[in-house]
Design a protein around this ligand. Structure first.
Ligand SMILES: NC(=O)c1ccc[n+]([C@@H]2O[C@H](COP(=O)([O-])OP(=O)(O)OC[C@H]3O[C@@H](n4cnc5c(N)ncnc54)[C@H](OP(=O)(O)O)[C@@H]3O)[C@@H](O)[C@H]2O)c1
Length: 312
């Protein structure tokens, strides 16, 4: 029998890729979006759509409760312009409420699998060593604003929900923060350098992230956490350098003190430049997941080709 997947966040940056993989794999998909226009786009792909808002109880709850598996990739908006602490605080509050409404809805559905997607900013500043999911989190950037949401998920797990937790690293691809960064770099903006050396981070191409979430829906262990990251950590400068090279352009840098970056980008995004986070995908790979683009060198040409196709 065809398995039914309920997706919250199907129209988002990662969700779009998740949905494409799930449809190819033969799942029956039900999704929710707040927009009639985006609902039409989903319907054209053969997805059953309920227009609704996770912040408000509604018809979407019946669809979520009936599904064999629920994939939660929805979040309030994060990227775009300067992120103030107030904006991050609004995100924290909204995210908690969206999650509470969804997880409460699922409490009666025994045996249903739930893939809950958050982010590695929760693990934050782990220093120069490679870490796995058992590391003690030191949330940075957006991280402090998802701590409560993750505690809430843990409480629901303890009350019996079968949750698999996915923690994507910095996900790049045509769109989202990477699209914004590339548009700025192509206009001639210089990439900021803080201090004497670039901080390492953990990346994954959005295609792999979408595929990994589907893989976890099928093979992830409930109660377990998984990093969605490449085989090797790298740096934002290397991502930018490889990306500009695809356009035949050199990377230009500018050294700025932290307070100037904070003034330009807001404290949340500025902090994202300032911490080190080298994460291992060993646990994800141990489930049988094989990334198609395991390093930036393999993923960036695909990301840039997609951007060029979309006119970027
Ligand atoms: N992008 C990254 O680099 C990255 C990195 C690490 C972790 N993550 C995590 O991955 C997940 C997805 O991120 P993303 O970048 O793909 O997000 P995104 O592009 O901002 O998409 C957000 C999605 O959430 C939906 N949504 C927002 N508010 C909603 C509400 N009140 N009710 C129902 N749906 C709502 C939106 O749907 P409509 O607007 O159509 O309603 C949209 O589909 C998040 O948990 C994020 O923290 C992302």
């Amino acid at each position: 029998m065809t398995q039914t997947l309920f997706v919250a966040g199907a129209t988002g940056f990662i969700g779009t890729h998740f949905v494409a993989h799930a449809l190819r794999a033969g799942y029956h998909l039900t999704a929710t979006t707040r927009s009639q226009e985006r609902a039409d786009v989903l319907r054209a792909q053969g997805i059953e759509v309920i227009v609704g808002d996770l912040l408000t109880p509604g018809e979407w709850q019946h669809a979520a409760a009936r599904a064999d598996c629920v994939v939660h990739i929805a979040q309030p908006l994060t990227f775009g312009g300067k992120v103030t602490r107030q904006r991050a605080e609004d995100y924290r509050r909204e995210r908690l409420k969206m999650d509470l409404n969804l997880l409460t809805t699922l409490m009666g559905s025994a045996g249903q699998r739930i893939v809950y997607v958050s982010g590695t900013s929760y693990y934050g500043d782990l220093g120069p060593d490679l870490h796995d999911e058992s590391a003690t989190p030191k949330p940075k950037g957006w991280g402090p604003y998802i701590v409560e949401a993750l505690a809430q998920v843990r409480a629901f797990r303890e009350r019996g929900l079968n949750v698999v937790e996915a923690f994507p690293g910095q996900i790049y691809g045509a769109g989202s923060w990477y699209g914004e960064m590339m548009a700025a770099l192509l206009k001639g903006t210089r990439l900021v350098k803080l201090g004497t050396r670039d901080k390492a981070g953990s990346f994954m191409y959005v295609e792999d992230a979408g595929r990994a979430i589907l893989h976890l829906a099928e093979h992830g262990a409930t109660g377990e956490r998984y990093f969605l990251v490449d085989d090797e950590p790298s740096t934002l400068a290397e991502l930018a350098r490889l990306s500009l090279a695809e356009y035949g352009l050199p990377l230009k840098r500018i050294r700025l003190p932290f307070f100037v970056l904070e003034w330009l980008l807001g404290p949340i995004n500025a902090e994202g430049f300032a911490y080190e986070n080298r994460l291992s995908n060993a646990r994800l790979r141990a489930t049988g997941f094989v990334p198609q683009y395991p390093t930036l060198a393999q993923g960036v040409p695909a990301a840039v080709a997609e951007m060029k196709k979309l006119g970027g």
